[in-house]
Design a protein. Structure first.
Lengths: 118, 117
């Protein structure tokens, strides 16, 4: 697609429920990133995919969070047993390649999924 | 660890005037890039400008320019001829390239800019 698409735009759920957030990156972009932005804060890194594999998942806060990218395009962020502290905007970004020493790979962001856990 | 600090939580500027947003960062890497992103109420992060650390010349993009002071680890954004559409959150961000490559943008907490008619 022309841009990074994220669905749903907004999600309200109850504490303890399971949630999936979807990201459709720009066609052809091999690198995909998830960030979490809490109210009043800058985005914080969660996980990075290069192709189908998670090259770095060091930002995932705990084992309730998991992400997949089975075919190297669409990615799903999965949150189990949601807690009120998980409420945030979850941003997805993609770039043509993930790493480069010869030029910055500019990330293109989606509009995010706002998750509210009641 | 790499950190990015934006010391101005909020700023305002009159339409058509000039405003400067501050950013400092901390890193031990020598090869890195700096960015300013704009986030309007629509939530989508939009790249405003970027600077390669190895380039001494300050980047410019139309009304946007940076003052990159590498020794001081400072990277400020100047917006000239401010327009109402510039009203947004502005985030300074940093990415370092080490031998293993890099993939994590580190963001500051942001500065909320309001352009007043």
């Amino acid at each position: 697609g022309a841009g990074v698409s994220q669905t749903p735009s907004n999600k309200v759920t109850e504490k303890g429920k399971y949630v999936e957030l979807r990201c459709d990156p720009i066609s052809g972009h091999t690198a995909l990133y998830w960030y979490r932005q809490s109210l009043g804060q800058g985005p914080e890194f969660l996980i990075y995919f290069q192709g189908t594999g998670a090259a770095d998942d060091s930002g995932l806060p705990n084992d309730r969070f998991f992400a997949v990218r089975p075919e190297g395009s669409v990615s799903t962020l999965k949150i189990q047993r949601t807690e009120r502290g998980d409420s945030a905007v979850y941003l997805c970004a993609s770039s043509p390649t993930g790493t480069s020493s010869s030029g910055a790979n500019v990330l293109t962001f989606g509009a995010g999924s706002r998750l509210t856990v009641l | 660890a790499q950190t990015v600090t934006q010391s101005q939580p909020e700023m305002s500027v009159q339409e058509a005037e000039t405003v400067t947003l501050s950013c400092t960062y901390d890193t031990s890497e020598s090869n890195y890039y700096l960015f300013w992103y704009k986030q309007p109420p629509s939530r989508q992060m939009i790249l405003v400008i970027r600077q390669e650390a190895y380039k001494q010349q300050n980047a410019t993009e139309n009304r946007f320019s940076v003052n990159f002071q590498k020794a001081a680890k400072s990277f400020s954004l100047k917006i000239s001829d401010s327009q109402l559409g510039d009203t947004a959150m502005y985030f300074c961000a940093f990415i370092a390239y080490s031998g293993a490559g890099s993939y994590q943008l580190t963001f500051g907490k942001g500065t909320k800019l309001s352009v007043i008619p």
